[in-house]
Design a protein. Structure first.
Ligand code: ZN
Ligand code: ZN
Length: 346
């Protein structure tokens, strides 16, 4: 850690030093929020697989050094000029939707998450939540309800809204058969949300060992995709209205397409590198569809938090202190974390 002037208040930040570089814990002075921005005192920040974007320089134009982190939970600590509707001390989250231009066609329609001009992500566009403090646009804040701790709220700001939001907009109605493909960082939340929304919920994963967990999370059925054909099993259950694909494996997505019922829809939130192979005939003759879904905007995150608080949906977390961010990141990348790694500032 770098020394700093003992007379000025300081903060810790964990930054990626250069493209594909190592993490470094540094001390810096605490920044002031500019117009339209607030300062958040970070209490918890989830480590998301998408933080690989910053670590490995997967988006063009990222300025280094850069602190990752778009699953932030904390409290407003200072408010910049021109900010209305938020107060100091208020508990807030900051997620993947970290700002937008406000004037493009998407923004004029209120569809900020598809902003075409200046969509911002904390930890990519500006320093994110691997830190004691974060400066964020007020338009990107989500209020955290009392019923959620910061460690619980943080992963809901990305993994939570990414599963809650497409499910609630899916067109499925209570009692419909809804399958969640994959029980990991996203899927373990998707199964809980689907069950609490009143869907007949199916969890699909590899291996019989995941069955007890799937049922504990609220799934009514479990399909072991190694032991059986998941499409055939879904057909036996009547055909899925929705399959929410949280895995990052295109072949696994293809393998469930045959399990969609008439008017069934595969909703993709995991992003594989390889293309998806799709037989067209069942799409045409059963009005089946395949769509992607990009998380949600700050109000979607706020509604995710509220729904979780009311319904009892909670992320399963492994907690690391901020100074062990590099270790926490490796734990997340190993795929062994159950299921979200969260940094705390203590
Ligand atoms: Zn994320
Ligand atoms: Zn815009």
């Amino acid at each position: 850690m770098m020394p700093r002037d003992k007379n000025s208040p300081g903060m810790r930040t964990v930054r990626v030093t250069r493209p594909k570089g190592a993490f470094a814990l540094v001390e810096q002075s605490i920044p002031e929020p500019g117009p339209g921005h607030v300062r958040i005192k970070v209490e918890a920040c989830g480590i998301c697989h998408s933080d690989v974007v910053t670590k490995e320089a997967l988006f063009p134009g990222i300025q280094y050094p850069r602190a990752p982190g778009h699953e932030v939970a904390g409290a407003i600590d200072a408010i910049g000029a021109g900010v209305a509707g938020w107060r100091t001390g208020q508990r807030v989250g900051l997620g993947w939707h970290g700002g937008h231009c406000g004037h493009c066609l998407s923004c004029r329609r209120g569809d900020f998450v598809t902003c075409q001009v200046a969509f911002q992500m904390p930890g990519v566009s500006y320093d994110g939540g691997y830190a004691d403090y974060v400066i964020a646009p007020a338009g990107a804040l989500a209020a955290i309800p009392d019923g959620l701790s910061s460690v619980e709220a943080a992963p809901l700001m990305c993994a939570g809204v990414t599963t809650f939001n497409p499910l609630r907009h899916s067109g499925a109605r209570p009692g419909d058969l809804v399958a969640v493909l994959g029980i990991g960082g996203l899927g373990h939340l998707g199964v809980q949300f689907a069950a609490k929304m009143g869907f007949q919920t199916v969890a699909i994963a590899r291996g019989e060992d995941k069955r007890p967990l799937a049922l504990e999370l609220g799934a009514h059925h479990y399909i072991d995709s190694q032991a059986s054909d998941p499409a055939a099993e879904l057909v036996k259950l009547g055909g899925a209205r929705i399959v929410l694909a949280t895995v990052t494996n295109a072949a696994a997505m293809s393998s469930v397409l045959g399990g969609l019922g008439v008017d069934g829809k595969l909703i993709i939130v995991g992003v594989p590198a390889e293309p998806l192979e799709v037989p067209i005939v069942p799409l045409v003759f059963g009005r089946r569809a395949i769509v992607g879904w990009p998380s949600g905007s700050s109000i979607d995150s706020q509604e995710t938090l509220a729904f979780a608080a009311h319904s009892g949906v909670r992320p399963m977390t492994e907690v690391f202190p901020l100074e062990r961010a590099a270790e926490g990141y490796e734990r997340m990348m190993s795929g062994k974390a159950r299921f979200r790694v969260v940094l705390t500032t203590g």
